[in-house]
Design a protein around this ligand. Structure first.
Ligand code: DC
Length: 221
């Protein structure tokens, strides 16, 4: 099975680009952030503070997460309900970042991620895919962009969805998540050995996609 790992901070364009690469190659796209978001949603729904490590760990035995694929789209289910849209709010972004600091949560998610990669050719996006989940991935890409560029993209996305947010709030939340995700002790956001760093700050989405696809085509065996 071939594995392509695409890591990077929020808003770097990972999911759009990963989906495109997966669809061109006929691989399965796996969005690992959605898994941490679903754990965050579970905690919020159960009234558990996402910074309460013990409280979140207690939820794990009854956690029922299911992932289904429809073409290149990934749908994620929590307790039998499709929550793919509900996990995309700013509140759940922070909740995901908080629960993802907890090693027990990460180990449970990593186990699911590795099983998925055993049975399919995958493009997997996240924070620790090349450094921890799939260290033997054939292709490792670290996609990044300046915080202003990333915040602007996320802000535009939220406005398009009709969310009432300010650019400053989106940017501050992004800075907080970056810090949270890169300073945690267990499997933090990091550039893995051998990863190709691609900065998309000055690129359009189309240019970013072309750059990643060219790199993949030149390096895939
Ligand atoms: O990619 P995303 O924004 O949907 O991820 C949401 C949060 O989940 C992110 O802030 C950190 C966490 N995450 C992680 O710790 N490891 C991953 N492989 C993917 C996401």
């Amino acid at each position: 099975m071939t594995k392509i790992a695409i890591d990077g901070p929020a808003g770097a364009g990972k999911s759009t680009i990963s989906k495109k690469v997966a669809s061109l190659l006929g691989f399965v796209y796996i969005d690992t952030g959605a898994m941490y978001r679903t754990v965050g949603l579970k905690a919020v729904r159960c009234g558990v503070d996402t910074n309460d490590e013990k409280g979140v760990i207690e939820l794990l035995p009854s956690l029922d997460i299911d992932i289904r694929h429809e073409g290149v789209e990934q749908h994620i289910y929590l307790d039998g309900e499709n929550v793919s849209d509900q996990i995309r709010t700013p509140q759940i972004s922070m909740a995901a970042s908080n629960v993802s600091r907890i090693p027990e949560v990460r180990l449970a998610m990593v186990d699911m991620q590795r099983k998925l990669a055993q049975n399919h050719d995958v493009v997997m996006d996240g924070r620790d895919i090349a450094s921890y989940v799939l260290p033997d991935a054939e292709i490792k890409i670290f996609l990044t962009a300046s915080v202003d560029a990333r915040a602007k993209r996320r802000y535009d996305e939220l406005l398009e969805k009709g969310e009432n947010v300010s650019f400053e709030d989106v940017k501050n939340e992004m800075i907080q998540r970056d810090t949270n995700d890169s300073t945690r002790e267990f499997a933090p956001l990091t550039i893995a050995d051998g990863a190709e760093v691609i900065d998309t700050s000055e690129l359009t989405l189309g240019e970013s996609i072309d750059k990643v696809i060219n790199y993949v085509r030149e390096n895939i065996k």
